[in-house]
Design a binder for this molecule. Structure first.
Ligand code: HEC
Ligand code: HEC
Length: 145
């Protein structure tokens, strides 16, 4: 199957297919967008830089404006020790500014169930790969276990 070329990368700026829900600056802004496209050095929100951010959903193909609250996102060091956990808000969004080491791991948890991303994310720009037009081998949006 030939797919349209999408101008998205996990390391760089905005993506041509990014959706728009709530856009007012704050924790519930722009679910589904690559948060780090702005929340990075030199980005639109350079004063508020996150090390990781994204949105969690019920399914890989959920509507991007339909994020899931109350899901825990767990950051681990390369040896599997917990660094931090954050909980998704009403928009399904999460973010952290805590420095994450090279080779960090990430998992999502709900009701005692955990799904671990099978390899270390190359960056904290979770929604860059996990989007409605996924890249980097992702199956789609990040889904709650
Ligand atoms: C198109 C650019 C852009 C995108 C994409 C974006 N933001 Fe923002 N965000 C901003 C701007 C600009 C501000 C205001 C920054 C300031 O006050 O200096 C902001 C503010 C915030 C704040 C409030 C920070 C504070 O302490 O006042 C939070 C939290 C936040 N964004 C989270 C997110 C999350 C989570 C995502 C991804 C789901 C995201 N943002 C995506 C531009 C963006
Ligand atoms: C370079 C692209 C890329 C980035 C960036 C990325 N992921 Fe992934 N992620 C993948 C791929 C590929 C898989 C395996 C295929 C799948 O399950 O979608 C995956 C799988 C996962 C899974 C397991 C899904 C399941 O149900 O088994 C979770 C959870 C996850 N990622 C969360 C995250 C979080 C949180 C971030 C940000 C800290 C992130 N990912 C950043 C590519 C990426």
């Amino acid at each position: 199957m030939i797919r349209a070329v999408v101008a998205c990368t996990w390391f760089a700026a905005a993506c041509a297919t990014e959706p728009t829900c709530a856009t007012a600056p704050g924790p519930e802004m722009r679910p589904g967008w690559n948060c780090l496209s702005c929340h990075r050095e030199g980005g639109d929100a350079t004063m508020k830089q996150w090390s990781a951010g994204g949105t969690i959903y019920e399914a890989a193909d959920s509507h991007v404006c339909d994020g899931t609250p109350g899901v825990e996102v767990v950051f681990l060091d390369p040896r599997g020790r917990e660094i931090e956990r954050v909980t998704t808000n009403a928009a399904g969004n999460f973010h952290t500014a805590t420095p994450l080491p090279q080779g960090f791991r990430v998992a999502v948890e709900r009701d005692g169930k955990r799904s671990l991303m099978p390899f270390p994310p190359p960056a904290g720009s979770c929604n860059a790969c996990h989007s409605a037009s996924p890249i980097g081998g992702a199956k789609g949006l990040i889904r709650a276990p």
